[in-house]
Design a protein. Sequence first.
Length: 187
Amino acid sequence: MITCIREVRLAKGLTLLDVAARCDPPTTAQTIGRLETGTRTVSVGWLNRIAAALGVAAADLVQLPDKAELPVRALLTRDGARAPGKTLSATPPQPGAKALAILVEQGVGDYRAGDAMWCEQIERAHFARALNRDVLVPRPGGRFAFGRMIGIDGQKLLLLSLASGARQTVIADAPWLAVARRLVREL
């Protein structure tokens, strides 16, 4: 397990001795140092004790190897860009268990060629959550329909195509649909 005990301790301006004294029961600075450097294995018990001593959640002391963080260097407002007043980071999105993607080959509606959409697949019981959202719906024969879901009529979904001049599409008995949640676009 990779921990960031040292980083959190330093960010709070505490010494090894400070953290050791705040532990319940108190321990030695040497023990905290060994836990920070990994020369001693950090158990869940130790992680909880140190987190309490630092005043953070135990999860804040664990670094996941695939969790990248980007430093925020500027905040953009109507008045322009400015430096943040404190250290901030942005976590890049991670796809969920029911995620799927759509790649745009030709522009349609607000989407441009080269765009990628991250979608969340949802089951029939939750279709109402997708009203007025762009959705991908499976059709027979391995085909799909994509458009803005404008209504539900019993077991029928009403989709408005994003292409100008196209008519509404009605899809009956869709087993699932995927709601567009994130647009990824190269600039």
